[in-house]
Structures are given as C-alpha cells and as structure tokens.
Design a protein around this ligand. Structure first.
Ligand code: TRP
Length: 450
C-alpha cells in the first residue's frame, strides 16, 4: 500500500481548499441569487450566515476529516462510538455521495456554458462566425457537448492525483482572477447605469432581511460556496498535515471565498444595470429576474463587447480563468466518491477506475437533466443546495458536537496549534457547534419548509 498523500505545503492546501470553494458559486451563483433576492438585503444575510453558521461547520468538516484521514464514511465512523452512530454514518455518507454527484451534474452543465463562453472568442478570432453563434445560443446539443466535455476535463485532472492535479491547478489562479475582477470593477463603475446597480447592491432593504425565502437561499448559497455538507471539505481536511493550524486555515478559506463572491457581485450587479441602461431587459414587469441561470453569461460578454479591441483577448482570458476555477471546484466534488470507492477495500478499484466509473454515472445524470432542463435543472439545484447541504450540515454539527469525544476533538485541534486549549476558539466553538449551530440551522430549515 502506498502512503496516503498530503498537500505539500500550507500554501498548497490553502490554494486547493480555496480552489474548491471559489468557483461558479462565487461568480455565477452569488450574483444571480443577489439579483434575484433584491440586492443588499441578500448580501447582508449571506455575510451574516457565512460567519455564524458556515464557518463553524467548515471547521467541523476540516477537523473530522483530518482526524479520520480517509473518505467521508470512514471519517464519520472513526469518531462514532456506538452501533447507532456507526449505522447513521453509513446512511449519511451515502446520502452525501448522492448529493455531491447531483451537484457535480448541474455544475458540469453551468461550467459547460463557461467553456462555450471561452471558445466563442476563439472561434471569432479564427473567423468561424457560425461556430461562434452556435456556441453562444442555448441549445440541447451545445449544452450536452459542453457539459460532458467539462466532465471529461474533470476526470482528466483528478486522475493526476492530489499533488500534481489539485494543487498545481489551484496555485496560480486565484491572484490572477482577483486582479482581473478588480480591474473590471473599476471599468464598469465608469459606465452609465452602474451607480444604480451599486446602490442596489450596497443598500439593504431591511424589511426583506427576515424573508424566509431569502434566508434559505442565502444559507444554501453560503453552504454551496464553501463546499459544505457533502464531505468535500472533510476529504480536503484529510489531506492536511498535522503540523498545520486548522483554525487559521479554515478562516483563510472562508474569508477568501467570501471576498471573491462579494467582488464578483460588485462587478456583475452594476454590469447588469449597465446592460439594462443600454436597453436589455433584466427584470420582468413583476420584478422577477429574467433568464437568471444564464444571465451572467450574457451580461459579461456584453460588458466585454463595449471594450473595443480589448474584447477578444479579455473575454478569452477571463473565461479561461473561470473555467479553471470551475475545474478546481469540480475535482473537489468528484474527489468525494472517488476517495470513497478507491479507499474502500470492498470495491477493489483503483483511483483511475473509480473516477471513470463515477464520471459515467454523473454523465448519465447530466444527460437526464439536460433532456428535461425546464423541470429538472432548478429542482436539482434546490434539492441539493437548499435542502440537502444544510441538512447534512446539521448532522455534521451533531457528530462534531455530540458524538465525537471532546478530548479527542481537543487533541486534534492541538495538532499544529499547541496553545489551543486557552484560545477563544476552544472556549466558544465546542458548545457553539453542539447547541447553537444545529438549533439555528434547524430553525432556518424549518422556516423554509413551512
Ligand atoms: N464551492 C464551489 C463553488 O462555489 C462549488 C463546490 C465545490 C461545491 N465542491 C462542492 C459545492 C461541494 C457543494 C459541495 O463553485
């Protein structure tokens, strides 16, 4: 048996975990949800929930993962001491594996649109105008080809293993992306209509802050954005060396992910209002967002088109970066079932075989969703992100707070952080994850179902 690989450095883990967290959720999900839910109020609730609920759950996942050092079922099992909790681990893990596969299937579809937005300027550069039109028009064939291509890319990267695959892809991307987004924000804010967008984005309508639909959307969005509630962060935690200070690493990941979402909103919401100013309909008469799912993919190219000769290079570069950002997220999804199958001796499957097999299953789901796009796409997103991720999040809190022995938690935390017993984190987090998180999550959840 070869020894299980670890990330080679703190920076490597950070880039990989941040690579998992930063993706379409930030650039597509967050701005779209913000626009759908009235702007500033959504942003405010999102930030609040990220801080009070998502970060503590992220820590639970990372710690359980590093402690277990294996796939999700093994890690949950390791902290279980009763027959009942061991059985529950099996059920929860299987549920999480199904959810993450469903997430990967809709994610591949959206990431496919990212790929076509990247190929569009390439086609135009080569004078292939018909191809460019095909790439930018919504059609079943295009969606199939693009979504499945993205899935193939995901398998290809994941087969190169933890160090070469995940780390190498993530390390250079984030700084570049931040620079481009900031540059674009500076540009967009000079255009007519942008100030209206900025106002909508930054001034919360406090009367909406308690709207149950808004709150559950924000909760689902923050869990999605931090890759929580399916075992992704558990698996990434399992690759972290015991020399690292987990509390800090988790905080960096949460702050980086949230900052990129807020930045993306600062770019895309004003860009929407600029488009509206130029005569594009963004909202219907009743205030509902038009074609929300694909809105970002029409607003951004329009913005680039106003840049004259910079259009083609910029859109090429930008969508290439976003496609890579989507890849560093999708590999973190596929990693969950791949680790489970390949590290489970019952299956006798290598990483390669496991990844091909699982990708085939996900490909089948992509096809089913695309053939029933109107009825399934939104449903799968709601079922996975709004219903399942918070629910499994509650269960992870219960494991970290009630099932895992407190001394063992402290021991795990003290690895790489010997002073932890006197820290604020240790004084607050164990009870917080035990009582506050499950109750708050449960309340939001119950509100949204009633
Ligand atoms: N967080 C990623 C994003 O914002 C998506 C992602 C990666 C994810 N792994 C996940 C979402 C696991 C849910 C579960 O794009």
């Amino acid at each position: 048996m070869d020894t299980r690989s670890e990330f080679s450095s703190r920076f490597g883990f950070l880039m990989a975990a941040a690579g998992s967290a930063v993706g379409l959720g930030n650039i597509w999900g967050f701005p779209t949800q913000t626009a759908e839910n009235g702007g500033g109020a959504f942003v405010l609730v999102y930030l609040f929930l990220t801080f009070v609920l998502a970060y503590p759950v992220l820590m639970a996942e990372l710690l359980i993962g590093r402690h277990g050092r294996t796939h999700i079922m093994g890690s949950l099992n390791k902290i279980s001491h009763s027959e009942a909790s061991r059985k529950a681990s099996i059920v929860i893990s299987i549920y999480a594996l199904v959810v993450v596969s469903l997430i990967l299937s809709f994610y591949s579809i959206v990431a496919g649109w990212m790929l076509t937005s990247f190929l569009d300027p390439v086609a135009r550069l080569m004078g292939l105008d018909n191809a460019a039109t095909w790439l930018t028009n919504f059609s079943l064939e295009r969606n199939l080809l693009a979504g499945l291509s993205f899935l193939i890319l995901t398998v290809w990267v994941i087969n190169r293993g933890v160090k070469d695959g995940i780390e190498a892809w993530s390390s250079r991307l984030m700084p570049m992306m931040i620079v481009i987004i900031i540059g674009l924000i500076a540009y967009v804010l000079t255009l007519d209509g942008a100030m209206e967008g900025l106002r909508v984005y930054l001034t919360p309508d406090f009367s909406r802050v308690f709207d149950p639909d808004l709150v559950i959307s924000a909760l689902g969005q923050t869990f999605f954005s931090l890759s929580l509630g399916v075992g992704t962060m558990m698996i990434y935690g399992s690759y972290v060396s015991r020399k690292e200070n987990m509390i800090k690493l988790g905080a960096y990941v949460a702050v980086l992910d949230t900052s990129i979402a807020v930045l993306a909103g600062l770019l895309i919401i004003p860009a929407m209002y600029v488009a509206q100013h130029n005569g594009v309909s963004i909202y219907a008469a009743d205030g509902a967002l038009l074609s929300g799912d694909t809105l970002v993919f029409s607003v951004l190219p329009q913005l680039f088109a106003s840049l004259g000769s910079a259009e083609i290079p910029l859109s090429l570069f930008f969508f290439a970066l976003l496609s890579i950002a989507a890849l560093t997220s999708s590999i973190s999804m596929l990693e969950v079932p791949v680790a489970y199958v390949s590290e489970n001796s019952n299956f006798h499957a290598s990483r390669h075989r496991a990844s091909y097999l699982l990708a085939l299953i996900v490909a089948a789901m992509v096809i089913v969703i695309l053939f029933n796009f109107e009825s399934l796409f939104g449903l799968v997103i709601a079922f996975t992100t709004q219903i399942s991720q918070p629910l499994i999040g509650i269960l992870f809190c219960l494991y970290a707070g009630w099932i895992w022995h407190r001394n063992s938690v402290l021991e795990e935390l003290a690895q790489g952080n010997p002073e932890v017993a006197n820290s604020l984190f240790w004084r607050v987090w164990p009870n917080y994850i035990r009582f506050v998180c499950p109750v708050l999550l449960g309340l939001v959840y119950w509100q949204s179902l009633s």
